[in-house]
Design a protein around this ligand. Structure first.
Ligand code: PLP
Length: 447
């Protein structure tokens, strides 16, 4: 293994990172992770921490899942690649489509279309939504509505429905016809409403007003994360997503659930939509589908779409990827889903999520830097402020706490003024307590 100085220097010279300033690599070098075991990671300096980020919201089964590693090795030996474009496919892709239709059947999902990751899944879902309306003779339905603070990946479609200006500004102009409405974010919102149920009603009214403003016959779909992840773990009141479903139905608008983070158990149920008792029309999946062991995603569609695409007036799906249905990814996903089901990871997420949130709430009684504690299932966030009364955001303080917490033994995710957690769902009580005590120490060190 090369030494830290060499790798840090080469990283600054040759490697550009997602969502990072290439000119700051020398001054703020990234942590170079060289090994992992169970739910822990080790950096080049030999410092081991619990990975409270779970890779990037994806490593639900931790880093030592032998069945996934074995499945990947076996598939590599038997058939490392074959395309799923018209005319051919592979057995692993077919097996996985059956498996996903079973797993997400209760959500109404019956058809799978494979992608290489979450951004692919989002752009594919947006395209399928438009094509669905076109095939039904409503080609005027082209617009998309999304939530402010929502995150939907970085391809052009996803970037256009993203609700965070930081990811939009460098690439404007984005896709025309994308509009945003307030998210049900109780800590900060334009209505100054802190009651989650009343806020949900206000946000629903804003959504309906926006659809009417745009003219319903021009709106293709509304896209939302059942729990907003990258935006800072914003869980709506339980009335929100069912209300969205009703509004979409009243106006002929498709509902796309972006389950790239929430799919496969993180909210405490198999899908985030199911967690809220809602059946979407399209579902975007990725991340935990292979627990991060292979880049892989899927779009799931319900019978409403299937009837149109497969019926008399149907047409070719004119989009897809070389790696759609990659056999190694499908084999990894099949093994991952076996383990996910065997361990009923959604139950573990519900249990450990409640435990972690309680630990974080306790920290908030002792550390003034914490303005808000949020969580749903095993996804949590601390919003860091410099003044609790004024709710003044303090990203620099969050950055310092991130560093001291890392030193104290837990990797959390520093995102603006938030510290975000999405640990592996195989977390034990002791692991959960380690995250909380590392944060306690990290917060104490910064003050
Ligand atoms: N959608 C959501 C909700 C996400 O959180 C992400 C990534 O974090 C994406 C889409 C994009 O996924 P990917 O980074 O795999 O392209």
């Amino acid at each position: 293994m090369r030494d830290n100085n060499f790798l840090t220097e080469m990283n600054a010279r040759h490697l550009w990172h997602p969502m990072a300033h290439p000119g700051e690599m020398q001054a703020n070098p990234p942590k170079i992770i060289i090994g992992a075991d169970g739910v822990s990671i080790t950096d080049l300096e030999g410092h081991t921490t619990i990975d409270a980020v779970g890779g990037l919201w994806n490593v639900n089964l931790g880093y030592s899942c032998q069945p996934i590693k074995d499945a990947i090795a076996a598939q590599l030996t038997r058939l490392p690649y074959y395309s799923a474009f018209k005319g051919t496919t592979n057995d692993a892709a077919i097996e996985l489509s059956v498996r996903l239709a079973g797993m997400f059947g209760p959500d109404g999902m019956t058809r799978a279309f494979f992608t290489s990751g979450g951004s692919d899944s989002v752009d594919t879902a947006l395209k399928l939504a438009r094509q669905y309306h076109r095939l039904r003779g409503e080609a005027s339905r082209t617009k998309f509505i999304a939530l402010r603070k929502g995150y939907h990946g970085t391809h052009w479609g996803g970037a256009s429905v993203n609700g965070n200006p930081a990811f939009r500004e460098p690439y404007e102009p984005l896709l025309p016809g994308c509009f945003h409405v307030p998210a049900p974010y109780a800590y900060r919102n334009p209505f100054d409403e802190s009651d989650p149920e009343r806020l949900a009603a206000l946000c629903l009214s804003a959504l309906e007003a926006e659809i009417e403003m745009q003219v319903p016959s021009t709106v293709a779909a509304f896209i939302m994360e059942p729990v907003l992840g990258a935006g800072g773990v914003i869980a709506p009141h339980p009335s929100f997503m069912p209300g969205v479903r009703d509004i979409c139905d009243r106006h002929g608008v498709l509902l796309i659930a972006d389950e790239v983070i929430t799919g496969f158990g993180r909210t405490g149920d198999v899908s985030g939509a199911r967690h809220w008792g809602v059946k979407p029309d399209l579902m975007c999946l990725a991340k935990a589908m292979t627990s991060g062991y292979f880049p892989m995603g899927a779009v799931m569609a319900n019978d409403r779409l299937a009837e149109v695409f497969e019926g008399d007036g149907g047409a070719m799906i004119g989009t897809g990827y070389t790696y759609s249905g990659h056999p190694v990814g499908c084999a990894a996903a099949l093994a991952c889903l076996d383990e996910t089901e065997r361990l009923t990871l959604w139950d573990k997420a519900a249990y450990q999520g409640a435990r972690l949130k309680a630990g974080l709430q306790d920290l908030a009684t002792r550390h003034d830097a914490i303005g808000d504690v949020r969580g749903e299932g095993l996804m949590c966030a601390l919003e860091i402020v410099s003044d609790r009364q004024a709710k003044t955001m303090d990203p620099a303080r969050a950055g310092r706490i991130f560093e001291t917490t890392y030193k104290a033994g837990a990797m959390v995710r520093w995102s603006g003024t938030n510290l975000v957690m999405s640990p592996p769902l195989i977390l034990t009580d002791a692991d959960c307590d380690r995250i909380v005590s590392a944060l306690d120490e990290g917060l104490g060190a910064v003050g």
